[in-house]
Design a protein around this ligand. Structure first.
Ligand SMILES: Nc1ncnc2c1ncn2[C@@H]1O[C@H](COP(=O)(O)OP(=O)(O)OP(=O)(O)O)[C@@H](O)[C@H]1O
Ligand SMILES: [Mg+2]
Length: 522
């Protein structure tokens, strides 16, 4: 607690008499991008010491709103006030000087600079250049420790995992001592444990009077950390409610304008032949050690575990993305001698990565190209020929509509889509080819409730048509509800294997932490 006190400026504490005055007031903000009215006379207010969640579907305008508040974009109209005084931010630095800092959804880090260089890029200009390297390093090390992140200041950002990059982004924002801290899906790639420490930090900051704007698609987080929720739809304000007096159901209804009876579909389990088998797989880096498992056509195999436990590396190494020391992979009974993504795609295996920006998408290329790229090579090879379509547009349209990419504009570069829509484009991309085995790594990161229902429906269709699916997910309810069989991974090993009827969150958690043996009686 004492450490956190140093994060906050004196000026951010409530002064007598101004209790009713919001820390931040947003009034009538509008912003248009071409034909899209991203924000339409939006209102919002933030109190000191509260966590105010912004909730809305993909493309509702959440990131645009916080970009305006953080000075990253200029609104077409409307006003911002801090402590009752009108402010207009020229840019992000200007907003920081007024005590507003953001951790953006798509990071603002320079990948080829070190952690410390990145953190100091965001510092006040008068700090720049005046600090000796050793002093700078000590300050960064001190800040990282204070916030509970174990990251080496000299490490190059490109080498860090997404979760670690998120921590660097957070440290960068916190070092400016903000009064208003904006977090856009801060836990999207964090595990439960890291999420807990992030929450701890958020609570400390609140206790010091910082106001926090928090964007998330995860309902559980709203309950865990939120005080109030503002729901947005189509760039407009819908309602602000207290978390304590609202239900998940009403939030979803306010967000989408409709209700969901069933979130997770019933997916028939009709296992056929073994589609993919892994024997004694061990990676060079030791993240995966002597793992064996098989998935049959017509079934979903889930891999659950904490971040960093090796579950992503398991499917990455199958697909040839992680160097392997030993072990074999067979697809439909045929061994895969040289594992490479191209070879596995040819054999009908698709990998849908968790990191859409670095591995999944060509961000600056048109959506159309992104959607069709992985199918074109196959189209030439394909016997059926239906993929050999001269009509790339109609093919891309079909895929985009199936995943509800909104609004679907084929010529727009992917980078201009909202985060969740980018995720949908990436999944859609893998659906274009004739694929028998799907390896999903965190399939629903950053996508909204309705799109999730779509993605789950999609996976159901694939499996019921005979595909074999492996889902790696840190979202426990997701793997627990979708899997026909679930493997629990800890420190690179499979520590439990659970059949559908026996799957429960409790048993999986025991596996995560190694608190029981009763489960591993297979
Ligand atoms: N730079 C841009 N150029 C063109 N259109 C944009 C740009 N930024 C956002 N948009 C559009 O504005 C709308 C709102 O996008 P925004 O990113 O604010 O959504 P969001 O609520 O953050 O969604 P998500 O949950 O997917 O992150 C979307 O239709 C999006 O495509
Ligand atoms: Mg967003």
């Amino acid at each position: 607690m004492a450490a956190a006190a140093t994060l906050v400026k004196e000026s951010s504490m409530t002064k007598p008499g101004d209790a009713a005055m919001p820390l931040l007031a947003v009034t009538g903000i509008s912003k248009r991008f071409g034909v899209v009215q991203a924000l339409d006379t939006m209102n919002f207010d933030l109190k000191r010491g509260e966590v105010h969640v912004i909730f809305g579907e993909n493309g509702a305008g959440k990131s645009t709103l916080i970009n305006v508040i953080a000075g990253a974009i200029q609104p077409d109209q409307g006003s911002l006030a801090i402590d009752g005084k009108d402010v207009r931010f020229r840019d992000v630095q200007d907003a920081r000087r007024h005590g507003v800092a953001a951790m953006f959804q798509e990071f603002s880090l320079a990948p080829h600079l070190s952690v410390e260089e990145n953190i100091f890029l965001g510092a006040e200009p008068n700090n720049r250049g005046f600090l000796k390297i050793a002093e700078r390093r000590a300050r960064v090390r001190d800040a990282l420790t204070r916030f509970g992140f174990s990251i080496e200041p000299k490490a190059m950002v490109a080498r860090l995992s997404r979760a670690e990059q998120q921590m660097v982004e957070m440290t960068k924002a916190l070092l400016t001592d903000p009064q208003v801290l904006i977090l856009d899906e801060p836990t999207a790639s964090l595990s439960q444990k890291e999420t807990e420490s992030m929450f701890g930090l958020v609570r400390q900051l609140c206790a010091q009077g910082v106001g926090i704007i928090y964007i998330t698609h995860r309902m559980k987080e709203i309950e865990a950390i939120g005080d109030r929720v503002t729901i947005m739809r189509d760039g407009r304000f819908v309602k602000t409610v207290d978390v304590a007096t609202t239900t998940q159901r009403s939030l979803v209804e306010l967000m989408t304008g409709r209700s969901f009876e069933k979130f997770y579909p019933e997916i028939a389990h009709v296992p056929g032949d073994v589609a993919l088998e892994v024997k004694n797989l061990t990676t060079m880096n030791g993240c995966v050690s002597n793992v064996s498992f098989a998935v049959r056509s017509g079934e979903i195999l889930g891999l659950a575990g904490l971040v960093g436990c090796g579950k992503s590396e398991m499917i990455r190494s199958i697909f040839g993305l992680e160097p392997v020391r030993s072990g074999t992979v067979e697809v439909n009974g045929k061994s895969v001698p040289v594992r490479s993504p191209a070879r596995l795609l040819e054999m009908g295996v698709a990998y849908i990565p968790s990191d859409r920006r670095n591995e999944g998408l060509m961000l600056l290329r048109p959506t159309r190209e992104n959607l069709t790229l992985s199918s074109l090579g196959q189209a030439e090879l394909s016997r059926s020929g239906w993929l050999k379509t001269a009509n790339e547009r109609s093919f891309a349209t079909r895929l985009g509509e199936r995943l509800r990419v909104r609004p679907l504009e084929l010529d727009k570069p992917v980078v201009k889509y909202s985060g969740g829509n980018q995720q949908k484009i990436m999944i859609a991309k893998a659906m274009g080819r004739e694929t028998r085995v799907f390896l999903f790594d965190e399939p629903t990161v950053g996508i909204d409730v309705s799109a999730r229902v779509e993605v789950y429906g999609f996976i159901k269709d694939l499996v019921e048509a005979g595909a074999a699916v492996i889902i790696v997910s840190s979202d426990l309810p997701e793997v627990v509800n979708l899997s026909h069989r679930l493997l629990v991974v800890r420190s690179g090993e499979v520590v439990d294997q659970i059949d559908k009827a026996e799957i429960s969150e409790g048993r999986v958690l025991h596996g995560f932490f190694g608190t029981t043996n009763e489960a591993s009686s297979h």
